[in-house]
Design a protein around this ligand. Sequence first.
Ligand SMILES: Nc1ncnc2c1ncn2[C@@H]1O[C@H](COP(=O)(O)OP(=O)(O)OP(=O)(O)O)[C@@H](O)[C@H]1O
Ligand SMILES: [Mg+2]
Length: 223
Amino acid sequence: MANEIAIAKDLFLAYDSREVILQNLSFSICEGDLVFVSGASGSGKSTLIKAFYGAVAPTKGYLRVGGVTMPANAGSAIDRLRRKLGIVFQDYRLIDEWTIERNIALPLYIAGYDQRRIKDQVEKLLKHVRLTHRRDRLPRELSGGEQQRAAVARALSHNPTLLLADEPTGNLDDYSARLVHELFMAVNQLGKTVVIVTHRMPSAINANYRHFYIEGGRLFEVN
Ligand SMILES: Nc1ncnc2c1ncn2[C@@H]1O[C@H](COP(=O)(O)OP(=O)(O)OP(=O)(O)O)[C@@H](O)[C@H]1O
Ligand SMILES: [Mg+2]
């Protein structure tokens, strides 16, 4: 059996006791999976992603991500989780005053990599997301699609086990959205596990693809 990267059993998620957002979720995401998560606005897609990175705690049931059982309360568990995850958001969240190169290197500085290794790794990532020619620019000097590719590179820089993306193409035109989706698929083809929340399913999808659909507080696996 392939390595399990995320496991949920009868999982419930809520922000407060008055309203359960997601209930009875059970699924298992294995190494190398590419999972698309869709559902109407307000259905709970971001809530699920937040649970994956520890920002929403289960109110009931079981959730284990990257070997860490939630809630990850202890500092050591949070650190372990952080090392295992790369996260991409709709609004890129790059640091405005930093060059693209420095933004991509940020998780490596935090992880305490030495200068040589940072340089090599960033070089590789810039090439992978096709931004080598933009390395010295500031985020505002890039197009939305380019900024998102930089955010993907940053999310990948510390070689995470699981890449999470919440509406990564929400702010992009169709062309840039396709490039970003292709990038996620290429990353998946290299063996990385990827979970993407999206309103628009890409048309060309590789074989590892799974589709979770959220409706009425429940999660269904379709196709
Ligand atoms: N911090 C919060 N506190 C309380 N309720 C929240 C909070 N964040 C979200 N919610 C509620 O949880 C429900 C699910 O929200 P969520 O952000 O997960 O939806 P979504 O599927 O990501 O929607 P969208 O497609 O618009 O991003 C919504 O009803 C929302 O109002
Ligand atoms: Mg959302």
